[in-house]
Design a protein. Structure first.
Length: 158
């Protein structure tokens, strides 16, 4: 019987060890998940976005570089020698906006005004618009409009 007790004790010890290791694995998985979440927030350094030479987007970048400051879409189209039709404007705006959304190359400092991230032209001024100081305050009601005509006013028996 003495041998049986020794083996039973070893089984209990091993079960405790397995339980402790399970808790360590659980903690390690939580830690690894947190690291992966942080990694998703950081930009990938290996991925360098390049523009196709001669494309409208590449020419828009060159235009903004020459200006050294954010440029309105109309001025960009003029610099590219385009007429600025609704379709041309929408096409270029859509292309530039996709880079802005991804946080790559271009920034938007005001509506339809694009800058370059490499020049330190952030979109803070436009991207984080604060509500007006009187936002949420009650506005006094305006006086009711009189819809009756002058002739109807004469006929009122008051």
């Amino acid at each position: 019987m003495n041998e049986r007790k020794k083996i039973e004790q070893r089984v209990r010890n091993k079960e405790l060890e397995i339980q402790e290791l399970g808790e360590k694995i659980k903690a390690a998985r939580i830690y690894m998940g947190a690291l992966q979440d942080v990694l998703k927030l950081l930009p990938r350094e290996a991925e360098i976005v390049t523009l196709r030479p001669g494309s409208a987007v590449a020419k828009a970048r060159e235009t903004i570089l020459r200006a050294g400051k954010p440029v309105h879409i109309s001025a960009i189209l003029n610099a590219l020698g385009k007429e600025g039709t609704r379709e041309e404007r929408a096409s270029l705006t859509s292309s530039l906006a996709s880079y802005v959304r991804q946080g790559e190359i271009f920034s938007r400092s005001a509506p339809n005004t694009y800058g370059l991230i490499e020049l330190g032209q952030s979109q803070d001024e436009f991207g984080s618009v604060e509500p007006p100081t009187d936002f949420g305050q009650l506005v006094p009601p305006s006086p009711p409009k009189n819809t009756a005509t002058e002739e109807e006013d004469d006929e009122v028996p008051f």
